[in-house]
Every structure is written in structure tokens, then in C-alpha cells.
Design a protein around this ligand. Structure first.
Ligand SMILES: Nc1nc2c(c(=O)[nH]1)N[C@H]1C(S)=C(S)[C@@H](COP(=O)(O)O)O[C@H]1N2
Ligand SMILES: [Mo]
Length: 315
């Protein structure tokens, strides 16, 4: 699947030095804004996010000219139902999740299936920073500097067979580490899926970090999916299994409420959720509402994947 970066997405000529300076500035800024959280709407409890800096992260080719969401908001206001259904639960209850050692099973329609330690899985993939606009189906949005690498690069290593048409993902299932799994809010493990061309798209990444640090548990440590043109629930956290399939896989939210959450879940201001509009959103830390953009602002890069499809039907 050949792909050329849209020139609009190319980052400016930027030296590593200036980039590191810029990042330090942003991180300091985030700390200051975090202290001023009274201005925001969400009341935050104690946010637990140990700082574990990642080294050898290069500036990515995709960036965004919008203010980054303060670190404290991005790590304190989360959805991770395995750690509770309140937005502050994941940051409070993530402490039992053991992310080292970690391994991922790659199976299904691949020539080289197997269970791989996280280290082995990451080894061939240089880490880069990608600043993405994120949009939750609940109509809040964020701008996050992820650290990760293209999912497609990983899939190619395991050699999808000609039968592979979809990719299915699963989160760890262990109620001792993920206490929310002792309640039947969803059918566990959390499951998500992509069509193979969506999975191979260069904007689709696996993230291991954010804000230059390892992912906090509440954000899906040690490995989570990020697909910036889709609603946040597609971004499955704490992945232990990646399966290439011939048939469209079952996904947790679609199973739970098929009229509300489709398989595709592309951000679409014209298709309301049955219980609320999707035409606008509120950025965490702001009061005003912003207009929601088709494909979350990534239409130039991804709309062609859906050419000819009725997006109101395949929502
Ligand atoms: N395993 C798992 N992954 C998940 C979820 C979840 O409950 N469990 N919530 C999803 C939803 S609804 C959103 S909006 C994003 C939130 O990611 P963040 O908390 O890092 O912002 O994670 C997604 N991934
Ligand atoms: Mo979400």
C-alpha cells in the first residue's frame, strides 16, 4: 500500500536540539498549566503518573500546531474501564497493573506467529514522537504527544498472509491486576479491531509513551493503539494479543451497544450518536466548544480509505 506523506503534515525543518528545547518548554508549560487546573472543568483527584523518561525518541514527521493538553489532564481524566468507570479511577487504580515483564501474542493469518516479549517486539522499531488530535466519542478532545511507531511496520515483520483482511486486538484479562474486570461493564477482555488497510496506514501507531515518558498505566501501558481519525475507544490499551483475521473481528463497544458504536467509529460530525450530537467537542482544559472535524481533521490523509462507503451506515 504505497503512501506519501501529505506535505501539510511534514514537520518543519527542525534540528534535534531545537526540538529538545521545545519539548522541555512544553513540559514545563504543562506543569504550570497543571497547577492552574481550577480554570478547567474537571475536578482532579490525586494523579499517579511516575515519570519514566524514554530515550532515543526522534521527532516524528507528524505534528500539530495546537496547544498540547496538559500532562495532568491527559493522565488524570481517562477512560480505562478495567480500572473503573469514572474518569479519575484509572489514575487511582492503575497501581496493580504489572507491565514488566510483558509479552504480546501475534497470531492468526501471519506467516510467523508467536509470543514475543515487549523488548523483542520493540527492538527493530525506532521510536518517534507524533502529536495527534484525539477525540473521544463522549465529545471531549485532547492534543497528545505520543511516542511510538507505525503499527504497519510491526505487522509487516510477522508477514500477513493473503487471507488477512482485519487486525484484532485484545487487552490483558486479569481481574487481579485490572479490578474493573470483576464487574460486567463490558465483556472482557476489551477487544478492538481495524481493517487491514486502516492498520497499515502510516498514521496508525502503537504507542509506548506520551510526553517523552513511558505510558502511565492509566493510559494503557506498556503498549496501546492510537488511531487519530477514529473515536478514542478504538485506541485499545495494554495490548497482549494481535490477531490477523479473514473475518471482521468482534469489538467490545460494538458488542455492548451496536446501535451506538460501530466497527469503523470514524470521527464524523454529521453522524450523531443516538444520545448526543457529535458536531462539536470540548478540548480538555477549555470551556468553549470547538467544531468537530470530519475524520478528526485527518480527512486529507484517510478519507480515500472509505471512498464509496455510506458513512452513516458504516459508522
Ligand atoms: N482496554 C481498554 N482500552 C481503552 C478503553 C478501555 O476502557 N479499556 N477506553 C477507550 C476510550 S473510550 C478512550 S476515549 C481512550 C482513552 O485513552 P486515554 O485515557 O489515554 O485518553 O482509551 C480507549 N481504550
Ligand atoms: Mo472514549
Amino acid at each position: 500500500m504505497p503512501f506519501r506523506w501529505n506535505p501539510e503534515l511534514q514537520s518543519q525543518d527542525i534540528t534535534p536540539e531545537s526540538w529538545f528545547r521545545e519539548r522541555r518548554r512544553l513540559l514545563q508549560g504543562a506543569a504550570v498549566v497543571g497547577a492552574g487546573v481550577l480554570l478547567g472543568v474537571e475536578p482532579f483527584g490525586e494523579v499517579t503518573a511516575k515519570s519514566e523518561p524514554l530515550s532515543d525518541v526522534r521527532p516524528g514527521v507528524v505534528t500539530l500546531d495546537e496547544a498540547q493538553t496538559p500532562f495532568k489532564d491527559a493522565t488524570g481524566y481517562c477512560n480505562f474501564y478495567e480500572l473503573g468507570s469514572g474518569k479519575e479511577d484509572p489514575s487511582r487504580h492503575g497501581g496493580k497493573l504489572v507491565t514488566d515483564p510483558w509479552s504480546v501474542l501475534i497470531d492468526g493469518e501471519v506467516a510467523r506467529p508467536g509470543s514475543v516479549s515487549l523488548e523483542e517486539l520493540l527492538k527493530p522499531h525506532p521510536l518517534e514522537e507524533r502529536v495527534y488530535r484525539m477525540r473521544c466519542v463522549e465529545a471531549w478532545s485532547m492534543v497528545i504527544p505520543w511516542v511510538g511507531f507505525p503499527l504497519g511496520d510491526l505487522l509487516k515483520r510477522f508477514e500477513p498472509t493473503p487471507k488477512a483482511r482485519y487486525v484484532a486486538f485484545e487487552t490483558l484479562h486479569d481481574p487481579k491486576q485490572l479490578p474493573g474486570q470483576s464487574r460486567n461493564v463490558l465483556q472482557w477482555p476489551y477487544r478492538e479491531g481495524l481493517r487491514l488497510d486502516e492498520a497499515m496506514h502510516p498514521l496508525t501507531i502503537l504507542a509506548v509513551g506520551m510526553y517523552g515518558q513511558r505510558l502511565p498505566n492509566q493510559n494503557g501501558a506498556p503498549l496501546r493503539l492510537v488511531v487519530p481519525w477514529k473515536y478514542g475507544f478504538k485506541g485499545i490499551k495494554s495490548i497482549v494479543r494481535i490477531t490477523l483475521t479473514e473475518q471482521q473481528p468482534v469489538t467490545s463497544w460494538n458488542l455492548q451497544a451496536p446501535e451506538e458504536y460501530g466497527f469503523f467509529a470514524n470521527v464524523n460530525p454529521e453522524v450523531p450518536h443516538p444520545r448526543w450530537e457529535q458536531s462539536s467537542e470540548r478540548r480538555l482544559g477549555e470551556f468553549r466548544r470547538r467544531e468537530t472535524l470530519p475524520f478528526n481533521g485527518y480527512a486529507a490523509q484517510v478519507a480515500s480509505l472509505y471512498a464509496g462507503m455510506d458513512l452513516a451506515r458504516y459508522f
